[in-house]
Design a protein around this ligand. Structure first.
Ligand code: FES
Length: 101
């Protein structure tokens, strides 16, 4: 596909917050890190936890099920080298937050 899809509005997420969003039929996790939006796959590679529901600590989200951590700017786990989720490019156009998938 490779196009930008609106997944949220700027006012939907305050700095330090995250949520699960949909881009078409794909579940993504969107985060606001100090005013900048970042997006990764929502599904934790451990046992399918919803990363959008995790607690955000600076730029690292903690999976709500068993605590695996992912850098939301890259999708990479800072703890487990082999654990990574896909990260997506985000643009803000006016009030719209769009993700490239
Ligand atoms: S499902 Fe995410 S840490 Fe287990």
């Amino acid at each position: 596909m490779n196009e930008f899809i609106k997944v949220a509005e700027v006012a939907d997420l305050q700095p330090g917050e995250g949520k699960t969003v949909m881009a078409g039929d794909r579940e993504l996790a969107l985060f606001n890190v100090a005013g900048k939006f970042h997006c990764i796959d929502n599904v934790c590679p451990h046992r399918d936890g919803s990363l959008g529901g995790g607690v955000l600590n600076d730029k690292v989200v903690i999976c709500p099920l068993h605590g695996w951590r992912f850098d939301v700017t890259t999708g990479q786990s800072p703890v487990i080298p082999s654990a990574k989720v896909e990260a997506f490019e985000v643009v803000v156009t006016g009030n719209d937050v769009k993700v490239k998938i």
